[in-house]
Write a protein that binds this ligand. Structure first.
Ligand SMILES: [Ca+2]
Length: 429
């Protein structure tokens, strides 16, 4: 859980999002993830690293972690150069949302999810009854985070977190998570050697970072241990408990595909702009089949929802209900939440999207181009904040401002055509 695509996320999701640990999730999802290889080429850092570890041990002792745990868990820890590289890495290219959705919601993913949901219906059903989170949502997260438990990440979490904690842009995150990981080992849930995960410390079949583990992991099979690596009942209970803790509303939907009226103000379509569902209905937003949003079963019509256009005004439109936001707490990327909710819907027999993705559009996938876009907007007096290559709320607003002035639909979607238009537009004196 965790990782962020656009920027910071929540624990992983949560924490990653929050801490901006982008990439952890990508590393995890990549079957080519390399095994951790301790590296000794950074000899100069060894004394400082050892001294730093002693400081961590001292702090751990004050938290009541046993000496025996500390000496065994930290005995063979080295700086892991691969973790250092991944931590410094800023991916140059994003994927178009339709390419991401093609793989995240593939027919293979859906059919495997369906068959595993049947196979493990007892333990999934128990988690569903106890926490009120649908088995299909738990299954979808399980599939996305570790390909249903088959890819737990190739890093020793203690070593990865010690490396992050020692230096670099996630040092305070790494140290805090390392202390939490030591506590987990000390409590006997897993041994330090078996504590594998992503390079950024997301662990087990649904990728909890250690602090999230301590707060939300549950012992689903009642053996006294919370084992997110090998005990499915624990994985399902923990995942459901996390979503419940983030506000999951039982028996309510996650999202719907919608149809927008001809005169819709596209500036209103943003994950950050929430209105009561009734208001969207009064603005003539309907379900994609034309039915009124007011007739949507299972959803409180006064609840706040957002309209999202993940591929701009030429692509499908969705209404994101409160449960969609809960999934965003797992990983703060609209594409992630949309994929989880759609896999869940397909597992339970729901439809594919009716509206096709605008595959002939050219979204700005390179970081260099996104930075250029932000720089050109800034030169034209639109406020994007820092030109960091991340298309966040402020940049989307700046794009909308430019689009409005240029007579385009203000959907905030960054495309190559938009960049080309900006390059040719006059710079004010
Ligand atoms: Ca257990």
């Amino acid at each position: 859980m965790f990782a962020t695509r656009s920027r910071l996320i929540s624990a992983f999701l949560v924490v990653v999002a929050v801490l901006g640990l982008s990439g952890a999730w990508t590393a995890l999802a990549n079957p080519q993830v390399r095994m951790s290889h301790p590296v000794a080429d950074d000899v100069d850092k060894s004394p400082q690293f050892s001294a730093w570890l002693e400081g961590v041990k001292a702090e751990a002792r004050t938290k009541g972690i046993r000496e025996q745990t500390l000496s065994s868990a930290l005995a063979n820890v080295r700086l892991n150069q691969r973790v250092v590289e991944l931590n410094e890495n800023q991916p140059e290219f994003n994927r178009a949302i339709w390419d991401y959705m093609d793989s995240a919601v593939s027919s293979q993913r859906v059919s495997k999810g369906r068959s595993l949901a049947r196979k493990y219906r007892k333990s999934l059903g128990r988690a569903e009854r106890e926490y009120g989170v649908p088995a299909s949502i738990i299954t979808a997260i399980w599939g996305q985070e570790s390909n249903f438990g088959s890819n737990l990440g190739g890093f020793n979490v203690i070593e990865a977190l010690a490396t992050l904690g020692f230096e670099g842009r996630r040092a305070s995150f790494g140290r805090e998570q390392l202390l939490a990981a030591l506590k987990i080992v000390d409590e006997g849930h897993i041994s330090a050697e078996r504590m594998v995960g992503s390079w950024a410390g997301a662990m087990g079949q649904t990728q909890f970072i250690p602090t999230v583990f301590l707060q939300y992991a549950k012992d689903g099979n009642g053996d006294g241990r919370r084992d997110l690596w090998a005990t499915r009942a624990d994985v399902f209970a923990s995942t459901a408990n996390y979503l419940l803790g983030k506000g999951w509303i039982e028996d309510a939907p996650c999202f719907d595909e919608v149809r927008l009226p001809e005169n819709f103000d596209y500036a209103q379509a943003d994950v950050s702009i929430e209105r009561p569902i009734n208001e969207w209905a009064d603005m003539s937003v309907t379900l994609v089949d034309g039915r009124s949003l007011k007739r949507r079963a299972g959803q409180d019509k006064d609840a706040l929802a957002a309209i999202i256009l993940p591929a701009g005004h030429k692509g499908p439109a969705f209404i994101a209900y409160p449960n969609f936001k809960v999934v965003l707490a797992y990983n703060n990327a609209v594409s992630y939440a949309l994929a989880i909710c759609q896999v869940s819907r397909r597992i339970t027999g729901g439809p594919s999207f009716r509206t096709a993705w605008p595959r002939d559009e050219l979204p700005l996938l390179s970081r260099t181009e996104r930075v250029e876009l932000q720089t050109l907007l800034t030169q034209r007096r639109y406020d994007v904040g820092e030109a960091d290559g991340v298309i966040g709320k402020r940049t989307r607003e700046a794009i909308r401002g430019y689009q409005r002035g240029a007579g385009m639909k203000p959907d905030g979607f960054a495309t190559l055509a938009l960049l080309q238009s900006l390059r040719q537009s006059p710079v004010p004196n």
